[in-house]
Design a binder for this molecule. Structure first.
Ligand code: AMP
Length: 142
């Protein structure tokens, strides 16, 4: 049987305001906040608010509405962190590398010749995350 959405996952709790996050952006349909274990400075997560485990069970209409925000956030992240490129990553189910089961997209600033930090390595200093969220918010406002 296919796994179903469970509303006690950590991102669902962030969406309900039960757990804090370093928020970058929010509207009626989506939220973006800093990844607490960034694979590169400025690693930000973009989530639709609608409940789905991942891409496999998402409503296509939700995906269509989210796509422009992914582009906007990628452009902002490239500018805010003076990156050479952006990796957009998204994992589906444990076998696909997913660890939190509410659909989310990783937007990660990249630099020529610089490998990514490991997925899920140590927690970043909250002051660094707050500063990076501020840089992204400023870049989004341009
Ligand atoms: P995934 O493997 O795509 O499910 O990645 C989940 C991501 O969520 C990882 O990169 C974690 O570092 C990140 N993460 C886990 N808990 C939190 C949290 N409370 N706030 C922000 N990011 C988180």
């Amino acid at each position: 049987m296919a796994a179903t959405y469970e509303n006690d996952n950590i991102f669902a709790k962030i969406l309900r305001g039960l757990i804090p996050c370093h928020k970058v952006y929010e509207d009626d349909d989506a939220i973006a906040f800093m990844d607490v274990m960034p694979q590169s400075d400025g690693h930000v997560l973009v989530l639709p608010k609608a409940a789905s485990r991942n891409l496999l069970d998402a409503d296509p209409a939700v995906l269509a509405k989210l796509a422009p925000l992914l582009q906007r956030m990628a452009v902002a992240a490239k500018a805010a962190f003076d990156a050479d490129g952006i990796s957009l990553m998204q994992f589906n189910e444990g076998a696909g590398g997913q660890t939190v089961f509410h659909l989310h997209f990783h937007i990660i600033p990249r630099y020529d010749g610089v490998p990514l930090n490991a997925h899920g390595r140590g927690m970043e200093d909250p002051e660094v995350l707050a500063a990076n969220a501020g840089k992204l918010r400023a870049a989004l406002a341009v």
